[in-house]
Every structure is written in structure tokens, then in C-alpha cells.
Ligand binder design. Structure first.
Ligand code: HEC
Ligand code: HEC
Ligand code: HEC
Ligand code: HEC
Ligand code: HEC
Length: 232
């Protein structure tokens, strides 16, 4: 039965011990705090350090594949954030002329060269996060099932600054687990976010319904709905 009570509930008895008259308020406050991760809601868009990182330029205009930087996203649970050396590969002093030798460009990308020189990492601020009482979300399982980054993150290649496009709530996970067909795409298209955006558009709804159903029948998918699959 322990899986019905995620680890964080351990702190509730302490909150309750807080005392008679206050108890109700403490519980309401606690529920509010734990159940509404408002810092990680749809639309959440933190300011990133330095000149930031612009997906619209790199993944959109320059057409870089997501896996150029998020290299392990198909192999591991976590989608890794690239380190400075990946950026420095294009933004070193020696490369400035080849790309955009303008003053604003030099200034916007200076933080990369500084971090590289000091052997430091860039402190990117996390955008998407499920609460700690949810087991690590496995990217590899979802990508291998044929789900695109687009279904869960929106069209990142249109975002100058990344923002949260989906609620990441429990019902959001379960809605798709119960009926994943409409989100399934050919596996070689999972990172082709413009292709998927077009495929998922209302104009293509009928075609995607047929295609998704076909893919679902081919792949023997079993998206879990039992609590233990997602909670400790
Ligand atoms: C040139 C490297 C690069 C490429 C290519 C790239 N990304 Fe990123 N991505 C980053 C960096 C750096 C961050 C962290 C900074 C930020 O959040 O803006 C990031 C952040 C993200 C985040 C938010 C992470 C969080 O904190 O929750 C998502 C989602 C994401 N990328 C998806 C994608 C997708 C989808 C593609 C392909 C369409 C892609 N990225 C292509 C470098 C890249
Ligand atoms: C494959 C080469 C390549 C890689 C890798 C790359 N960039 Fe860029 N980046 C470019 C090019 C080209 C431009 C200039 C686009 C323009 O201004 O037309 C650019 C522009 C920028 C700018 C200026 C954006 C603006 O608003 O003008 C920033 C900041 C930047 N990159 C950060 C990063 C960071 C951080 C990383 C690593 C996560 C990274 N880049 C990785 C090629 C790259
Ligand atoms: C089925 C939904 C789903 C798909 C498909 C998906 N993601 Fe995610 N992504 C998430 C969730 C949920 C999180 C938050 C995970 C957590 O908190 O552990 C996340 C987090 C991330 C992060 C932040 C990781 C970190 O440690 O900061 C990056 C980067 C990312 N995703 C990139 C991608 C890329 C690139 C793709 C496509 C190749 C992709 N995601 C496909 C749901 C998805
Ligand atoms: C867009 C659809 C979609 C969304 C959204 C989604 N999932 Fe899934 N998930 C799937 C499918 C399809 C599978 C089945 C994969 C298989 O059978 O290989 C799956 C499988 C899983 C598995 C089992 C992985 C394994 O190794 O078998 C876990 C755990 C999981 N999802 C957690 C989550 C969590 C947590 C969320 C929400 C934060 C979420 N999923 C959101 C479609 C989705
Ligand atoms: C597919 C993954 C998945 C499954 C299966 C799942 N949960 Fe969750 N659950 C989540 C996620 C993700 C959250 C975090 C929601 C948020 O951040 O708003 C969550 C949140 C919760 C919460 C906190 C309150 C809330 O609704 O936000 C409770 C309690 C909970 N789950 C219990 C359960 C129980 C009991 C089951 C089995 C009947 C279950 N969960 C099955 C993914 C799952």
C-alpha cells in the first residue's frame, strides 16, 4: 500500500503537529504548496543567464537537430542539457568571423567564451520539472514509443526563449497513456518538430487519426496506469 502515500506525505504529520487552531490552515497551506507547482506551470518562462539560448535561431533557422545538443534523450531517462564545449564549438573567438562578426552578436555570446575560459558551466534555469514524488520521467521510453518532443514541449524551434507548453499534470500524463494513438509518429520523425506540427494540425486530423492508429497497432505499447509506475 505504501505506493498510495508518496514520500512527501511524511511531512504532513509534522505539519499537523503544528497545533490545534492552526492545523486546518497549515493543512490547507500545505496542500496548496505541494499540489500547485505554480513555478512550473504552462507559460512558465524563466530568464536565462548570459545571452540566453535561442532555439528559434539554432533549431529553427539553422535547422540543428535536437540531438546535436540533447545527445542522450533517446538513450536515457533524462534529456541532458549540453555543456559549454558544445556551444564553444561554434562560438569560439576563432569562429566569430565565420558566423556573425557584429558587435551585438559578440556581446550576446561573450558569456560562452568567458565560461569556457574559466572552466565553468552555464547555470541554465530549469523550465520543465515534475515534483520529486514522481519517479524520474523516462524520455527514452517515450521517444522509442514514437512520441515527438512536439507533443510534450510544443514547437521548441519557434521559441526564442523556452516556455512550458503543457501542464505536466497527472491527468495530462494519464490522458495520453489511455489513448496515445493521436500522438504517435514514425520514429525517424520524433525530433522533426515542424513536420510533426504540420501533421498534428487540424487540417491533417483525419490523416493523423488513421496513421496514429496504424502505428499503435504495429507497436505493442503498454502505457502504465498503475500508481507504482510513476510514484515511489
Ligand atoms: C545548440 C544546442 C541545442 C539544440 C540544437 C537544441 N537545444 Fe534544447 N536546450 C539547449 C540549451 C542550452 C537549453 C537550456 C537553456 C534553455 O532552457 O533555454 C535547452 C533547453 C531545452 C528545453 C527546456 C529544458 C528545461 O529546462 O526544462 C527543452 C524542452 C528543449 N531544450 C528541447 C529541445 C528540442 C525539442 C530541440 C529540437 C527541436 C532542441 N531542444 C534543440 C540546447 C539546444
Ligand atoms: C553549429 C553551430 C552553433 C552551435 C553549436 C551553437 N551556436 Fe549559437 N549561434 C550560431 C550561429 C550561426 C548564430 C548566429 C545567428 C545569426 O545571428 O544570424 C548563433 C547565435 C547565438 C547567440 C546570439 C543570439 C541572438 O539573439 O542574436 C547566442 C546567445 C548563442 N548563439 C548561444 C549559443 C549557446 C548557449 C550554445 C550552446 C548551447 C550555442 N549557441 C551553440 C551557431 C551555433
Ligand atoms: C511524453 C512527453 C515528453 C516527450 C515526448 C519529450 N519530453 Fe522532454 N520532458 C518531459 C517532462 C515531463 C519533463 C520534466 C521531467 C522531469 O522533471 O524529470 C521533460 C524535461 C525535458 C528537459 C529538461 C531536462 C533537465 O534535466 O533539465 C529537456 C532538455 C527535454 N525535456 C528535452 C526533450 C527533447 C529534446 C525531446 C524530444 C527529443 C523531449 N524532451 C521529448 C516530457 C517529454
Ligand atoms: C503524449 C503521450 C504521453 C504523455 C503525455 C506521457 N506519456 Fe508516459 N508513456 C506513453 C506511452 C505511449 C508509453 C508506453 C511506452 C511503451 O509501451 O513502450 C508510456 C510509458 C510510460 C512509462 C513506462 C516506461 C517504461 O519503461 O515502460 C512511464 C513510467 C511513463 N510513461 C510516465 C509518464 C509520466 C510521469 C508522464 C507525465 C509527466 C507521462 N508518462 C506522459 C505516452 C505518454
Ligand atoms: C502516468 C504517470 C502517473 C500515474 C500512473 C499516476 N500518477 Fe499520480 N501523479 C503523476 C504526476 C506527473 C503528478 C504531479 C502532478 C503535478 O505536478 O501537478 C502526480 C501527482 C499525484 C498526487 C498529488 C496530487 C495531484 O493530483 O497533483 C497524488 C496524491 C497522486 N499523484 C496519486 C496517484 C495515485 C493514487 C495513482 C494510482 C491510482 C497515481 N497517482 C498514478 C503521475 C502519475
Amino acid at each position: 500500500m505504501s505506493t498510495f502515500f508518496p514520500k512527501w506525505t511524511n511531512s504532513l504529520p509534522t505539519a499537523l503537529a503544528g497545533g490545534g487552531a492552526c492545523a486546518a490552515a497549515v493543512v490547507i497551506g500545505g496542500v496548496w504548496y505541494y499540489f500547485t507547482p505554480k513555478y512550473f506551470d504552462v507559460g512558465y518562462m524563466p530568464t536565462q543567464p548570459g545571452g540566453g539560448f535561442n532555439h528559434q535561431i539554432h533549431a529553427g533557422q539553422l535547422g540543428m537537430d535536437c540531438r546535436y545538443c540533447h545527445t542522450k534523450v533517446e538513450q536515457s531517462a533524462e534529456a541532458n542539457i549540453p555543456n559549454v564545449s558544445t556551444c564553444y564549438g561554434c562560438h569560439a573567438e576563432s569562429k566569430l568571423k565565420a558566423y556573425a562578426d557584429s558587435k551585438p552578436h559578440q556581446e550576446k555570446t561573450a558569456f560562452i567564451r568567458e565560461a569556457w575560459k574559466d572552466d565553468k558551466s552555464v547555470e541554465w534555469r530549469r523550465v520543465h520539472k515534475v515534483p520529486d514524488y514522481v519517479r524520474n520521467f523516462p524520455h527514452n521510453a517515450h521517444l522509442n514509443a514514437g512520441l515527438s518532443c512536439y507533443s510534450c514541449h510544443g514547437n521548441i524551434a519557434r521559441m526564442p526563449v523556452v516556455w512550458q507548453n503543457q501542464p505536466l499534470s497527472m491527468s495530462w500524463c494519464l490522458d495520453c497513456h489511455r489513448a496515445p494513438e493521436q500522438n504517435l509518429v514514425p520514429k525517424d520523425k520524433v525530433t522533426s518538430v515542424f513536420w510533426v506540427e504540420n501533421q498534428m494540425s487540424p487540417a491533417n486530423a483525419a490523416a493523423q487519426a488513421v496513421e496514429g492508429k496504424k502505428l499503435y497497432e504495429q507497436r505493442k505499447l503498454a502505457a502504465p496506469e498503475n500508481c507504482g509506475a510513476c510514484h515511489y
